[in-house]
Design a protein around this ligand. Structure first.
Ligand code: RIB
Ligand code: CA
Length: 337
């Protein structure tokens, strides 16, 4: 499967990129960068560093510095000022050998060339995706899949009460893409928070990892430690979530996911609700504008992720005992089961 990964790397993005690079199911056409967790100039340097460590052939193109309408909001408290838990700052690494701002054009070129053979996996705000749609909506509608880590439909958000970060940062971009008739497959917090990685398990993955480039291992360890510290201090959770690697898995093995046809609206105006994603799952005559993942096989994903990223086989019983979280909502059981 030909894929583009659009990212605001970011700690979980970095784990996702390693997972994608080690997934023979995916052929990474390019990596494009967007402001989100940290400004795009930091994101691009992180992706270039990962490209070096992973010896990736795919080109990196930088993209949007600011959201479509709103002021940029970043999350250095979650990912570090440099987006990788301070790893580049500590090692005084900066990479400035890149062109600015051509991500959207490159995404459109690939969509025109590959059409339904292309899957775009967006694990940051949708700013580049929206810009690509504004350049050539027909080509973007012809793309095979646009898989977006984003939104929350049944539970609380991770940014404001009811918003998920990627959509919160650029709700206008998400709204524009849907209004242009470009179907999106959302992988929301309702699904990604069904799997929680306790710090003890992450530590054991690093300690027993095999075959990982030593510099890459140091980067991921530093970044993940920082990311876990945020969860411990702010959310009283001794571990972290793997939002973006789970989203990559929706391309690696779609059979692990249950997607439901839906009509999704994005709030772009409210003082307290901008960034909210609302889904109407009721069966109607016409198809909805998107699909929303409502469940996934967390055990199969984690077995695959641990093997491909760390070279480690986690036992199913350890996963079941420590990593699964109940994110079911009885009111919507007719949709979720
Ligand atoms: O809400 C989680 C998402 O926002 C992830 O993609 C994370 O990297 C941040 O971009
Ligand atoms: Ca991300």
């Amino acid at each position: 499967m030909h894929v583009i990964i659009d990212t605001d790397a970011g700690v979980d993005d970095s784990l996702a990129i390693v997972y994608a690079a080690n997934s023979s199911e995916l052929q990474i056409e390019m990596l494009t960068t967007v402001s989100g967790n940290v400004p795009v100039r930091e994101v691009t340097q992180n992706v270039l560093l990962l490209k070096d460590f992973l010896q990736l052939k795919a080109p990196v193109f930088s993209g949007a510095e600011v959201p479509r309408v709103r002021k940029l909001v970043t999350a250095p408290e979650v990912h570090g000022e440099d987006g990788v838990g301070g790893y580049r700052i500590l090692h005084n690494i900066s990479k400035n050998d890149w062109e600015t701002g051509e991500a959207a054009n490159k995404i459109v070129e690939a969509a025109r060339r590959l059409r339904n053979k292309l899957t775009i996996i967006s694990i940051g705000p949708m700013t580049n995706i929206a810009k690509a749609v504004s350049i050539d909506a027909e080509a973007m509608r012809a793309a095979g899949n646009i898989i977006q880590m984003g939104g929350v439909f049944f539970g609380y958000g991770n940014t404001t009460t009811f918003t998920e970060f990627n959509i919160f940062v650029d709700p206008d971009a998400a709204d524009f893409v849907l209004n242009e008739g470009v179907r999106v497959k959302f992988v929301p917090l309702d699904v990604t928070e069904k799997l929680f990685m306790p710090r003890t398990i992450i530590t054991s993955l690093f300690n027993s990892s095999k075959g990982m480039d030593s510099n890459l291992k140091k980067l991921l360890k530093q970044a993940t430690d920082y990311y876990i510290l945020y969860h411990r201090v702010t959310e009283k959770l001794d571990g972290c979530y793997l939002h973006d690697p789970i989203t990559i898995a929706a391309a690696v093995n779609p059979k692990w996911f249950k997607f439901v046809d839906s009509f999704v609206s994005v709030e772009t105006k409210g003082d307290h609700t901008a960034g909210m994603t609302l889904a109407d799952f009721r069966k109607r005559k016409q198809k909805g504008n998107s699909e929303v993942a409502v469940s996934f096989d967390a055990e199969k994903f984690l077995l695959d992720f641990a093997k491909k990223v760390f070279g480690v086989k986690i036992s199913s019983s350890v996963i079941r005992k420590n990593c699964l979280r109940d994110r079911n909502y009885p009111k919507f059981s007719n949709i979720l089961e």
